[in-house]
Design a protein around this ligand. Structure first.
Ligand code: SF4
Length: 368
């Protein structure tokens, strides 16, 4: 089939709200017709959510308890070994007092505590169980999104208990949702280059499946722009779509462009704005069973994040108070932004700002 004919047949599928194949997704990744991609992504967005004009954001505080990590993945700019310059470890008391301060500064506000950190034996299941209970006792307006699948696997091995037991314990202590980190790219040959000690693709998917089975909603991510190719991206999306068909447990898909500052893996090329829009749009078109696609403003920059709202994104992430991991990797805009800035940005795109949390059960419309 000629190029135009192939594009038109994919458009027909999307406009009829039917599924596209992996080969279709590969064709879209190879296409330069960014306007057609935006048009199809918008159409898919309209068919995936009740209110396509609503754009979500959260008021969040980032908690990275320690940057000491036993894995020292080559892709990671955040981790340190014990004794390294810049290695830090926060106590539960320090973390709780930071959250208390945030609550005091924003009385009555819904706050999401986003907790992810390095893998260090000092931070075992009892540490996190107590931390989650302490944070939950501060306010009934705190949502806790914490622990990547990699951390869940580590806690299971460290504490010599099953993954199910880890998930059950953390959920009982107050875990509301899990982030989607650690997925990287589902190609184990590439994982052996960029994060050789990290759990394999199948293990990541297996832990997410178990989390969904425990009623813990999660995000899914894809790290792109390192050594992967378009086929790897498509396979990654395909495995996510298959698991979502089974569990419906993913709340949001979050594509993450790789930043190589301070990381041992170097990029073969930087992602361009064109690449970033393409990944968002193709993901939205292919992942027809995901409601939300998140474009993180702190990685993409505020103005660019606004443009992604026309390429499939309907969530801009959080206010990102004190984010360390993205900052360490040298993202283009790692500073926190105010809620007012996000509201103005969303309204500027003629969309409706809605404050939410990682479960998307909280939905409060806001305006400037
Ligand atoms: S990416 Fe995660 S697991 Fe890997 S070194 Fe960094 S903190 Fe540790």
């Amino acid at each position: 089939m000629k190029k135009d004919g192939r594009m038109n047949s994919i458009k027909d599928k999307v406009f009829a709200n039917t599924r596209i194949s992996a080969q279709d997704a590969l064709f879209l990744f190879e296409s330069d017709d960014i306007i057609a991609l935006g048009e199809m992504a918008n159409c898919r967005l309209k068919n995936s959510v009740k209110e396509p004009r609503e754009v979500y954001y959260s008021y969040n505080i980032n908690i990275n308890p320690t940057n000491i990590c036993r894995l020292r993945c080559k892709l990671c700019a955040f981790s340190k070994s014990p004794g390294d310059d810049g290695a830090y470890s926060q106590t539960a008391g320090e973390i709780v007092s930071r959250v208390k301060k945030a609550l005091k500064a924003n009385p009555g506000e819904h706050i999401e505590a986003h907790i992810v950190g390095g893998l260090d034996p000092a931070y075992d299941i009892s540490f996190y169980e107590n931390l989650l209970r302490s944070l939950k006792s501060l306010s009934d307006k705190i949502t806790i999104q914490a622990f990547t699948a990699v951390e869940i696997d580590y806690l299971s091995k460290l504490d010599k208990i099953s993954v199910d037991e880890v998930l059950k314990t953390l959920k009982q202590a107050g875990l509301d949702a899990m982030p989607g980190g650690g997925a990287e790219i589902f190609n184990d040959e590439i994982r052996s280059v960029i994060c050789e000690k990290k759990i394999k693709s199948g293990e990541w998917l297996g832990i997410m499946k178990k989390a969904h089975g425990h009623g813990i909603p999660t995000n899914a991510t894809m790290l792109y722009g390192h050594v992967e190719n378009d086929s790897d991206r498509v396979r990654h999306l395909e495995l996510l779509r298959e698991l979502q068909d089974e569990t419906s447990g993913f709340k949001s898909f979050v594509p993450l462009a790789f930043h190589d500052k301070n990381a041992m893996v170097k990029k073969k090329r930087y992602t361009s704005g064109f690449d970033d829009l393409k990944v968002l749009a193709v993901s939205r078109i292919f992942l027809d069973n995901f409601s939300n696609v998140k474009a993180l403003h702190n990685m993409l920059g505020l103005k660019f994040a606004q443009a992604t709202l026309f390429f499939g994104a309907n969530d801009l992430g959080g206010t990102s108070f004190d984010e360390r991991i993205v900052k360490a990797a040298g993202a283009c805009q790692a500073a926190e932004v105010s809620e007012a800035d996000l509201i103005r940005l969303i309204e500027g795109a003629q969309k409706i700002p809605v404050l939410t949390d990682s479960t998307y059960s909280l939905k409060i419309k806001r305006s400037s």
